[in-house]
Write a protein that binds this ligand. Structure first.
Ligand SMILES: O=C(O)C[C@H]1NC(=O)NC1=O
Length: 244
């Protein structure tokens, strides 16, 4: 049996439930999905500040996952917060939903577009596309200007996201669309049917990517850059992060 820990790095439980449901829907029969919410952090992540403050709580969930014997991890936030730090702590593979979605979309044609929440997060998505070598395939990154937590409360959210995906296909000439927020995971099937090109949800893509890596017996490198961090003092609120 594979134990897959899916971390929502923000602290909104209802979003963790949406993410956990999407993960369980695509997980293989032999996989147990454990969707978790950090004990501390921002209610949603839609700025560099939010992203920075989400990392300690997310890393605490990696440490808890290691104690629970987790075989792999998904970081279910489109900024892939703390991904490299998580890889230093985890024995098994750690995959962020942006990396998983971008790499998956690049198998589907010449180019993809990303549709995300607030325009201020577009730069981060551009940086990630470059970091993952997907900048050439990324034909456009668009925002529907819906704050992350309003994805659950705004009745017009689904239609506005769908419309932006339609524009992406028409104007960017993209062969696929990537949903730029873990909170959009439950909209993927509807939008796929509406826009007529493959729509990639990063939560689903990351779950299957981690499962594949585990099935191939592949784990995070544990030498050099991704070896366990050197022991040292972490003071104040971070004292729990002492590497034992
Ligand atoms: O970057 C974004 O706008 C989406 C990102 N924020 C969040 O709280 N979960 C996410 O997937």
């Amino acid at each position: 049996d594979v134990l897959l820990t899916v971390i929502n790095p923000n602290t909104t439980e209802s979003m963790t439930a949406t993410i956990g449901k999407a993960a369980a829907a695509v997980a293989s029969p032999g996989t147990t999905v454990r969707a978790v919410t950090p004990a501390m952090g921002p209610a949603s992540i839609e700025s560099h500040y939010d992203e920075a403050l989400s990392v300690p709580g997310m890393l605490a969930e990696i440490a808890a996952g290691e104690r629970a014997g987790s075989d792999g991890y998904v970081i279910a936030c489109f900024g892939d917060p703390g991904l490299d730090a998580a890889r230093e702590l985890a024995r098994g593979p750690v995959v962020g939903i942006a990396e998983a979605a971008m790499r998956t979309a690049s198998y589907l044609g010449r180019g993809f577009s990303v549709v995300t929440t607030l325009g201020r997060t577009i730069g981060r998505a551009q940086d990630l596309a470059e970091h993952y070598g997907a900048a050439r395939a990324c034909r456009g990154i668009r925002a529907c200007e819906i704050p992350v937590l309003e994805l659950e409360t705004d009745p017009a959210a689904r239609d506005r996201i769908t419309e932006e995906c339609r524009r992406a296909v028409a104007e960017d000439g993209s062969d696929a669309v990537v949903l730029g927020c873990a909170g959009m995971a439950d909209l993927c099937a509807h939008i796929s049917a509406a826009v007529g090109v493959p729509v990639v949800d990063g939560v689903a893509a990351a779950v299957r990517t981690v499962e594949s890596l585990v099935a191939l017996g592949l784990r995070t490198g544990d030498r050099g850059e991704f070896a366990t961090p050197p022991a040292k003092a972490y003071t104040g609120m971070l004292s729990e992060f002492q590497i034992r």
